[in-house]
Design a protein around this ligand. Structure first.
Ligand code: CA
Length: 326
């Protein structure tokens, strides 16, 4: 009897040592219950189990997208990633063809996104998603761009996802930003865009290749992918080009190719004058190079807002396609 008591006491003490009280956790759990019908006590207990991680704060403070294109490109456009993509496509040829057909997305882009995100599943992230989202919700660093509200919303979606997909929330791993599985879906995207392509009743973005491939295709489709249409063409820039035409943030195509050509950025490839485009400037070692970017480029930036990301996906997709068809 005495021994049991001692053991019970030890476990109470160790549990209380491990529990972390995060600022705002109580309000978060109350909101989870009030607005999303989640179990308040369960949410609170899970939050107490979440760990603040300085490494996550450090990582969000220096994203790869802050690099110039000439430093960013070699991270993603490598022989290993191109060959890996050709292999991945061949290994999953039937599923990729099925998803491509069903969702109207060119297959090489499904492959390239999974390649850029996780090197075809080889690097899916080793942070606990619970730690990542808790850290970024309650301890977002002062970077001049406070995204804690975004991560708090993702944390809420993460708890909802746990109930819906029967996911064990305390051991799921992902990126430092909380992106999960081979396609690196954030919890809200997982809930909104993931599909159960293998039909087993669950959307599993870690181990069902059908669900993974289908979900990436559906994501692009739902954001407006136009199959067979161009992503981007190099621009020929005149000396007196209107540099205000160069996009700074939002790559949604708003001006016609004719209008942009009038401003000094002509497409190096034939394209109809009415096509809507934006202009991307990417820094090479010898200065900026410019590109006309179309709707599909914009759709890729829905996956990750950086034009560097979209350009890396585009270049990788071209190299993989060339190798696959060889
Ligand atoms: Ca499934």
């Amino acid at each position: 009897m005495k021994r049991i008591l001692v053991l019970a006491l030890v476990s109470i003490i160790s549990a209380s040592c491990q529990a972390q009280q995060h600022p705002g956790a109580e309000e978060f759990a109350a909101k989870a219950a009030a607005e999303h019908e989640l179990d308040q006590e369960k949410v609170l207990l899970l939050l107490q189990e979440a760990r603040f991680k300085q490494s996550i704060v450090d990582a969000i403070s220096r994203p790869a997208e802050a690099k110039p294109w000439y430093d960013y490109r070699p991270i993603f456009i490598t022989d290993k990633r191109i060959k890996g993509g050709i292999e991945f496509w061949k290994e999953n040829e039937k599923l990729i063809a099925q998803a491509s057909e069903q969702f109207g997305v060119d297959p090489q882009f499904i492959v390239a996104i999974i390649g850029v995100e996780t090197l075809y599943g080889r690097i899916t992230g080793s942070y606990r998603v619970l730690d990542a989202l808790t850290t970024l919700s309650f301890y977002y660093p002062d970077t001049g761009n406070d995204r804690s509200a975004f991560f708090s919303s993702e944390l809420m979606n993460f708890f909802m996802l746990g109930d819906e997909e029967r996911i064990s929330l305390d051991d799921v791993t992902g990126s430092y930003a909380g992106a999960m599985g081979l396609g690196q879906f954030m919890p809200s995207s997982y809930r909104e865009y993931a599909v159960d392509l293998d039909g087993d009743g669950r959307r599993d973005l870690w181990s069902s290749m059908a669900d993974i491939i289908g979900s990436v295709a559906n994501y692009l489709h739902r954001h407006g992918w136009e199959p067979g249409q161009p992503v981007t063409y190099p621009a020929i820039v005149s000396d007196d080009a209107d540099m205000t035409l160069v996009t700074k943030r939002d790559y949604k195509p708003k001006k016609s190719v004719t209008e942009i050509a009038g401003g000094g950025f002509k497409s190096a490839e034939p394209v109809s004058g009415e096509t809507l485009a934006a202009v991307a400037g990417l820094e090479e070692e010898d200065g900026y190079h410019y590109w006309l970017t179309f709707k599909n480029f914009y759709v890729i930036t829905r996956y990750n807002r950086s034009p560097l990301y979209a350009m890396a996906v585009f270049e990788l997709s071209e190299a993989i396609l060339a190798g696959f068809e060889d």
